[in-house]
Design a protein around this ligand. Structure first.
Ligand SMILES: *Cc1c(COP(=O)(O)O)cnc(C)c1O
Length: 816
C-alpha cells in the first residue's frame, strides 16, 4: 500500500500530535465523521468531537451506539464505559481534523485549484469539474463544502488515482483562511470576486480581500480580475492571469452579446481575437464562465479547445428537490451529481424525511476514481445498510453486474429506457424515493414519470434558508435556552411534515401547532419531538392521548374538562399553562391563579411549561407595556410554581422578542415567522428568503385602445397593448385586493401590474413591450419581489400573504 492510502489510528495520533489510548492501535481509519447521525462506513470511521454550536462530546455515546470505535476528543472521557475503543486526546479537535487533512494533502502530488471569493465559488468549481474531467481524474469539494469543517472533509477524499483537485474555501471572519490554506495547499488560485455583501466579520472590503488572499500564499498561478483588487494590497503567486470586461487584462472581454439562450463572448487574448459561445445569458453565469475560461487558458489549453469545452457547459443544479410523487410517495430528485459523497448527503436527507415507512433508492452506475467497481459497489451496499434503505432499483450495466453485493429488496435494469418500459410493473406505494444518477442516464425522465403532475403554480421552499434562519435565532440564545418552533398553519403556509422533519433533525426542542389535527399529521409523518397544541378542542382529547400531544391549558373550563376526560390510570400527563398578561385572547388572568393551583391535579398532570404571549415585542412604542407583561408573568409564574414541587419551563418570547429582548429568554423561546424569513425588529437582509411563489402564462392577447379586461370591465389599457393571463387567482391565495394594478409580478425580470379584477383561478397582467410567450414563468414573490412589499400594497402583514397561499398550490422543497 502506498503512502497516504490508509492510516492506522496510531499514525493518526502521531500526525495530530495527540495522546493515544488504544485497544487496537492497528485499527484502520478511512472515514472522518463529525456528526453522529451521518454515519457512513463505521468500521473504519474516526469520530471528531468538535465543539461548535453543540459540543460534539455529547454525541460520543450515540456514535458509539452506532458502531464507531475511534474518537478524537479534547475533554476527559471515561474509556471504561466504551469497550474496545481507541481514543486520541488533543487540545483542539477542529484543529486536529485540519492537521490530519493537511497532512493527507501534503503526501499527495497533484495539481490543486483553490477557489475563494464572495460569490460563484461553487458554480466555478462545478464548471471547472465539467471542463476538466474529460482529461483529468478530478477530486472536488462535495456540494458547497467550504467551511472550516467542510474543507478538511473535502481534501480527505484525495487518493493516489487523482491528478487534479478542485476545492473551494469560504470564510466569515478574520483568521480563518490561514487554516484552510494549509489544508488545501493550492497550486492554482482563483479569486472569483469580492462583493460588499456579508461584510459582518470584516472591517472593510480591503480587510476581507487580504484575508481571502491568504489562501493563495503558495500558488504558482493566480487568476483574478483587477476590478476586485484594492490599492496597496500585495498579490501572491509567481504568475498572474487577469481577466476583465473593461480594462486591459490577459483575457479582456470586448463584447458580450446575448440572445434568448446563448451568449457570445468576444475577447482579446495573447494579442489575438478569440471567441466563445456559452449556453447562458445571465450576468452571474457570464462572469463565472469568464473565470473558467481564464483558468483553462492559464492552464495552457489553447483558445480553440477552451471554446469547444465552454460551449458544452451545463447548468449546475445544486439542489435536492423534494416533491410529491405518485401513489402517495415523496420524491427526492438529486439527478445532478453522482459520486459517493453526494450520495451519502442525499441519503441523509432521505433519512430526515420520515413521512413514509419505506425508503427506496433509484441509482445509476457510479464512477469513482481510484476505486474498482467491486470496491465501489461494496461501499455503496454498506452505505445503504447503514442508512436503512429498504429497496434499491439499480439502473446501468455496471450496477446490474454487481447486484449480488446488495442485500435488500432490489431490481436492476440495463438502462433508463428499460426501466421506464417496465415501470408499471414496479409497484410504488407510500415510500420516500431518492432518484440519483449520473447525468448521462437522463434521470429527469424518471423523475417526470414518478412525480405527481404539478399544477403550474408552485410555492418553492428553500430549506437551507430556513435552516440558516433557525441558526440565526439559535445563535442569539444564551446557553441552555431551548427552542420551540411554531409550525402552526402548515408551518406558516410553507409545508408541514417536510419542515417539521427538518426541524426535528436539526434539533429544535419543541414544536407547536394550533389544532390537534395538525399534530396528528406530524405524528403520522414520523415526528417524535414533543408537540404542544394551542387550541385543544375537547372532542379531540382522545386523539391527543393516543398521539402523545400536549395541550395548552388556557382556562379553568379547559382544565376541568381535560381532567374529567383523563382516564383513571393516566399519571403525569404533560400540559402547558398559558397566562394572559395583556393580550386578552387566551390564558389565565391573575385573579384565577389561586383557583388554578387548587384545581391542578398534581398526580395526573405534569406542568411542563408555563408561558405567556407578548403583544408588541417588535414595537419600541410599547416597550413599557412589554416590561409590564413580563413582570406580571413572573409574579404569576412564581405563585404557580410554589404550589408545585418542580419548576416548569418558562417562555415568553416570539420571533421579534428574541431579536429585541435578550433578557427575557428564560428557559425557552418560541420562534415562528422568523424561520420563514420575516422579523419586523430586524433590518433588511439579516434573514434569508425562504419562499418563492411562481406561476405560468396561459395566454397572450393584444388589446386595442380602450378594450377592457375581465369581470365588470374594470381593466383598461387606454393605449392598447399586450396582456398575459396567468394561472393564479384568489382561490390560490392571491387576494382580490391585488387587482387593478395594485399588485405586480415579475415577468422576464420586469415588474408588471395586474389589469382588471383578480379572478378565482387566474388573473391578467399588463405585459406591453415585454418579450413573453405562453408557458413562461411568472414570479408572484421571491427574494427580489418581496412578500413585505406585497403585504404593504394591500395593507396587511407578511404572515397573511404567506399563510394565504392555498393548499392546492403545490409545495416544492429545495435543499442544497
Ligand atoms: C404564533 C405564535 C408565536 C410565534 O410568533 P412569531 O411572531 O411568528 O414568532 C409564539 N407564541 C404563540 C403563543 C403563538 O401563537
Amino acid at each position: 500500500m502506498s503512502k497516504g492510502d490508509t492510516y492506522t489510528v496510531e499514525q493518526v495520533a502521531e500526525i495530530v500530535q495527540g495522546k493515544g489510548f488504544f485497544c487496537i492501535k492497528e485499527a484502520v481509519i478511512k472515514n472522518l465523521v463529525i456528526d453522529s447521525r451521518t454515519l457512513s462506513n463505521v468500521n473504519n470511521a474516526l469520530f471528531f468531537a468538535i465543539k461548535a454550536q453543540r459540543n460534539g462530546h455529547q454525541f460520543i455515546n450515540s456514535a458509539y451506539q452506532n458502531g464507531i470505535r475511534n474518537f478524537v476528543v479534547s475533554e476527559d472521557v471515561d474509556h471504561t464505559k466504551y469497550p474496545e475503543t481507541n481514543w486520541i486526546k488533543v487540545d483542539d479537535v477542529l484543529s486536529s481534523l485540519q492537521q490530519l487533512a493537511a497532512y493527507h494533502r501534503s503526501v499527495h502530488q497533484l495539481e490543486v485549484i483553490g477557489i475563494t471569493g464572495s460569490n460563484g465559488k461553487t458554480i466555478v468549481k462545478e464548471w471547472l469539474y465539467q471542463l476538466l474531467s474529460t482529461d483529468n481524474n478530478v477530486v472536488r469539494s462535495p456540494k458547497s463544502y467550504n467551511s472550516q469543517i467542510g474543507v478538511p472533509l473535502s481534501v480527505w477524499q484525495i487518493n493516489n488515482g487523482h491528478n487534479l483537485g478542485i476545492f473551494e474555501a469560504g470564510i466569515s471572519t478574520v483568521g480563518e483562511m490561514k487554516q484552510l490554506a494549509t489544508v488545501i495547499q493550492p497550486s492554482i488560485g482563483i479569486l472569483t470576486n469580492i462583493r460588499e455583501a456579508h461584510d459582518e466579520g470584516f472591517k472593510d472590503k480591503k480587510e476581507k480581500l487580504k484575508e481571502k488572499l491568504q489562501l493563495f500564499e503558495g500558488v504558482e498561478t493566480l487568476v483574478y480580475s483587477p476590478a476586485h483588487i484594492a490599492d496597496g494590497v500585495m498579490l501572491p503567486g509567481k504568475r498572474k492571469f487577469t481577466w476583465s470586461f473593461n480594462q486591459e487584462a490577459d483575457l479582456q472581454v470586448l463584447e458580450v452579446s446575448t440572445d434568448k439562450t446563448n451568449t457570445i463572448l468576444k475577447a482579446k487574448y495573447a494579442d489575438k481575437d478569440i471567441e466563445a459561445t456559452i449556453p447562458f445569458t445571465d450576468a452571474a453565469a457570464i462572469e463565472n464562465t469568464v473565470i473558467c475560461w481564464s483558468t483553462l487558458l492559464a492552464m495552457g489549453y489553447d483558445a480553440k479547445q477552451a471554446a469547444f469545452r465552454l460551449a458544452k457547459l451545463v447548468k449546475v443544479g445544486m439542489r435536492l428537490q423534494l416533491i410529491n410523487g405518485i401513489d402517495n410517495c415523496s420524491l427526492i430528485d438529486d439527478s445532478y451529481s453522482a459520486d459517493i459523497s453526494s450520495l451519502s448527503i442525499a441519503l441523509d436527507f432521505l433519512n430526515q424525511q420520515n413521512q413514509h415507512p419505506k425508503r427506496t433508492l433509484i441509482l445509476s452506475d457510479l464512477h469513482e476514481t481510484g476505486k474498482s467497481a467491486n470496491e465501489l459497489y461494496q461501499e455503496i451496499s454498506l452505505l445503504l445498510k447503514q442508512k436503512k434503505i429498504n429497496r434499491l432499483i439499480g439502473i446501468g450495466e455496471q450496477i446490474a453486474a454487481h447486484q449480488e453485493l446488495f442485500d435488500l429488496e432490489k431490481s436492476f435494469f440495463n438502462n433508463t429506457a428499460d426501466f421506464l418500459a417496465h415501470v408499471s410493473q414496479q409497484s410504488f406505494n407510500n415510500e420516500t424515493i431518492l432518484v440519483k444518477g449520473a447525468r448521462k442516464f437522463g434521470f429527469e425522465l424518471v423523475v417526470k414519470r414518478l412525480a405527481q403532475k404539478v399544477h403550474d403554480t408552485v410555492l418553492e421552499v428553500n430549506l437551507n434558508a430556513l435552516l440558516s434562519n433557525l441558526q440565526f435565532y439559535k445563535s442569539k440564545l444564551s446557553t441552555g435556552v431551548k427552542t420551540m418552533a411554531m409550525v402552526k398553519a402548515f408551518s406558516y403556509g410553507s409545508g408541514s411534515f417536510e419542515i417539521a422533519n427538518l426541524l426535528q433533525y436539526h434539533k429544535v426542542d419543541y414544536l407547536a401547532v394550533a389544532y390537534v389535527d395538525e399534530g396528528i399529521a406530524l405524528r403520522k409523518a414520523g415526528i417524535s419531538l414533543p408537540i404542544m397544541v394551542m387550541s385543544p378542542e375537547p372532542s379531540a382529547f382522545d386523539a391527543m392521548l393516543r398521539y402523545n400531544l400536549e395541550p395548552e391549558i388556557y382556562s379553568l373550563e379547559v382544565l376541568r374538562s381535560f381532567l374529567h376526560f383523563l382516564p383513571e390510570e393516566v399519571t403525569d400527563f404533560p400540559i402547558h399553562i398559558k397566562l394572559d398578561t395583556g393580550m386578552h385572547r387566551l390564558g389565565f388572568e391573575p385573579q384565577q391563579i389561586e383557583e388554578l393551583t387548587v384545581l391542578l391535579d398534581k398526580e395526573k398532570l405534569k406542568v411542563v411549561s408555563i408561558f405567556t404571549h407578548l403583544v408588541a415585542t417588535d414595537d419600541k412604542q410599547h416597550d413599557e407595556f412589554t416590561k409590564l407583561q413580563v413582570s406580571k408573568y413572573e409574579k404569576m409564574y412564581e405563585t404557580l410554581a410554589t404550589s408545585l414541587t418542580y419548576r416548569p419551563i418558562r417562555h415568553v418570547l416570539n420571533t421579534s422578542g428574541v431579536s429585541r429582548w435578550p433578557n427575557y429568554q428564560f428557559d425557552m423561546v418560541r420562534v415562528g415567522i422568523g424561520l420563514y424569513g420575516f422579523d419586523a425588529a430586524l433590518a433588511e437582509g439579516e434573514l434569508q428568503t425562504v419562499a418563492t411563489l411562481k406561476t405560468t402564462v396561459s395566454q397572450i392577447k393584444q388589446l386595442q385602445p380602450n378594450e377592457t379586461v375581465g369581470y365588470g370591465r374594470r381593466g383598461v389599457l387606454p393605449n392598447g397593448g399586450q396582456i398575459a393571463t396567468v394561472k393564479i387567482g384568489y382561490a390560490d391565495g392571491y387576494s382580490r385586493s391585488f387587482g387593478n394594478g395594485v399588485g405586480k409580478m415579475l415577468v422576464d425580470g420586469k415588474l408588471v401590474p395586474t389589469v382588471g379584477s383578480i379572478c378565482m383561478d387566474m388573473c391578467m397582467l399588463d405585459v406591453t413591450g415585454i418579450d413573453v410567450k405562453v408557458g413562461d414563468e411568472v414570479i408572484v414573490f421571491n427574494e427580489q419581489h418581496r412578500i413585505v412589499d406585497l403585504a404593504r400594497e394591500i395593507h396587511t402583514i407578511p404572515y397573511e400573504i404567506l399563510t394565504n397561499v392555498s393548499q392546492r398550490v403545490k409545495r416544492v422543497y429545495y435543499y442544497e
